[in-house]
Design a protein around this ligand. Structure first.
Ligand code: SF4
Ligand code: SF4
Ligand code: SF4
Length: 216
């Protein structure tokens, strides 16, 4: 059957130890967003001939920043994120968090009781939280980083990352807003990345807002 959309995902749920977030009913909710829309009818009207795989609106979900499902080149890419903060537990200076962090985003400073976190380097993979034996690190924010407008083709481009980490419900809302924008502005069934060139979205300055995307 001609597919109007594709929701791809990585293999995190099959026991990958890197999984930062558990997606729960995310895939089901994304499918509902597309099924509620008239995307198929829209594409059939815009595209000459049968729908091909490159016409499908693509969402790609990866459960950690390793991004195995290539969310950077999807119309909307979701990357599972678990951002750490200093927790209530007593840091024993064991160094496990420093050792596991591939970004050198966490450090132990002599004479300081807790580690330092560098948010500019941190990719929110959550590994440091997982290995800390004493709850000295805790979860600050769990959800998804979101990239929009990625694509391959003749003019490939990586998706533009929105600011912040979006809880699951807000991530679904952003996908819905992107789809609405696409349906309102796509001229001939081109990819969202092309649509954003001639019809850019307004992106909210409030990082966690469900209105992060506004279709003008
Ligand atoms: S993206 Fe992360 S969680 Fe998903 S399969 Fe790759 S390494 Fe595992
Ligand atoms: S969340 Fe990942 S990248 Fe960030 S400090 Fe912890 S281990 Fe490093
Ligand atoms: S924050 Fe946790 S993992 Fe890191 S040094 Fe302290 S006790 Fe060890």
């Amino acid at each position: 059957m001609e597919q109007a959309y594709q929701v791809e995902r990585c293999f995190g749920e099959r026991g990958c130890p890197n999984q930062a977030v558990y997606h729960g009913d995310l895939l089901q909710r994304l499918a509902e967003v597309f099924e509620r829309s008239d995307l198929r009818g829209f594409l059939k009207e815009k595209v000459k001939g049968p729908l091909k795989s490159h016409h499908a609106f693509r969402v790609s979900v990866s459960d950690c920043p390793n991004a195995c499902s290539r969310p950077q080149i999807a119309d909307v890419g979701l990357i599972g994120a678990l951002r750490p903060k200093i927790g209530e537990g007593l840091c024993t200076q064991c160094g496990a968090c420093v050792e596991i962090c591939r970004e050198q985003a966490i450090a132990l400073v002599p004479g300081r009781g807790v580690p330092t976190l560098d948010p500019r380097k941190c990719l929110s993979c959550g590994q440091c939280i997982r290995v800390c034996p004493s709850a000295a690190l805790a979860t600050d924010k769990a959800g998804y980083r979101i990239l929009i407008g990625g694509k391959l083709g003749r003019h490939p481009q990586l998706g533009r990352e929105l600011s912040g980490i979006f809880p699951l419900a807000e991530a679904v809302q952003v996908v819905q807003n992107c789809l609405r924008h696409y349906l309102a502005h796509s001229r001939n069934g081109e990819r969202l990345g092309e649509v954003l060139r001639h019809s850019p979205v307004h992106v909210s300055e409030r990082p966690q807002s469900i209105c992060a995307i506004h279709s003008p």
